[in-house]
Design a protein around this ligand. Structure first.
Ligand code: R1P
Ligand code: URA
Length: 288
């Protein structure tokens, strides 16, 4: 019997994965994921050649070459629930034989960089900064569904954070790590770094109060105030925790670099999105 039956791994009539609706030959080994579908074309406009273009639901995929490097740019839509789909299906495309439905013996490790936008948690990080995630603290729930190995140092830091940050009582945070190898490539002295908080929503779960009162009004400040040696929370978004948790558990290299749109401490929001996202795209394409 095959390792993965049709109800568990859904394969399309043309031999692709169910939600992304792409086939193994459509995917490069280096991948940039973005939340916003419109950002896919902003990036692939830089390609020397585009060899594949598709879209199913919020999942657009453009594959091609940039200065000789083969790349796929894929939109995930918003949230860690979508990341669960994207990472499982990307892994299936390279590590499961979709014809026989069996796991391959030789595994492929993908390089996956999230190029996103985020909120900022520190006064001294200006809006329009580029922020590289060293870790992500998930206050969503996707990571809790999978068995993962967490190293002792990360577990210790997770426990310290859990003891200090203020969260609604049913939220169990989980700490995940970005790829140090990818971060070395993407780093430079102008890039801000820190732990990224990954929330399950944009409003209440990121401490924004519109008309509904919040259960825990001190959450955001408790992230901003946390310090452990040089370690701090830098930013807040909606995908990194699941990306790092599932990506590393499956043997892929994953990280994220985000443009800071809102400084949540100083209550400021950018007016330079188009210019700055273009700069970030050019930076990542050059370094990846
Ligand atoms: C919220 O506006 C969305 O923007 C951020 C958040 O993570 C969330 O997906 O990232 P993207 O700009 O990549 O979508
Ligand atoms: N994306 C988020 O998730 N939060 C922000 O504040 C800005 C962008």
């Amino acid at each position: 019997m095959a390792d993965f039956l049709p109800s568990e791994l859904v394969i399309t009539p043309k031999g692709g994965v169910y939600h992304l609706d792409i086939c193994p030959e459509d995917l490069a080994r280096k991948i940039i994921i973005v939340g916003d579908q419109d950002r896919v074309e902003l990036i692939s406009n830089y390609f020397d050649e585009v060899t594949h273009k598709s879209q199913h639901r919020e999942f657009a995929c453009h594959t091609g070459t940039f200065k000789g490097k083969e790349l796929s740019i894929i939109s995930t839509g918003i949230g860690t629930d979508n990341i669960d789909i994207v990472i499982n299906e990307l892994d299936a495309l390279v590590n499961i034989d979709l014809k026989t439905r069996n796991e391959k013996n030789e595994k492929i490790s993908l390089e996956i960089v999230r190029l996103g936008t985020c909120g900022i948690l520190q006064d001294e990080i200006p809006i329009d900064s580029f922020i590289l995630s060293t870790h992500a603290l998930g206050i969503d729930n996707v990571g809790h569904f999978y068995e993962r190995n967490v190293d002792a140092e990360t577990k210790k830091l997770e426990q310290e954070i859990e003891g200090k940050v203020k969260l609604p009582k049913y939220i169990k945070p989980y700490l995940t790590k970005a790829s140090e190898r990818l971060n070395k490539r993407l780093d430079n002295p102008q890039i801000e770094k820190g732990i990224t908080v990954t929330s399950s929503g944009f409003y209440g779960p990121q401490g924004r109060r519109l008309r509904l009162p919040l259960v825990e009004t001190e959450m955001l400040d408790s992230f901003s105030d946390f310090k452990h040696d040089e370690i701090r929370f830098s930013n807040l978004e909606m995908e990194c925790s699941a990306l790092f948790a599932l990506g590393s558990a499956l043997g892929h290299e994953t990280t994220a670099i985000c443009l800071g749109l809102a400084n949540r401490r100083k209550k400021e929001f950018t007016t330079n999105y188009e210019t700055k996202i273009t700069e970030l795209i050019e930076y990542v394409l050059d370094k990846i």
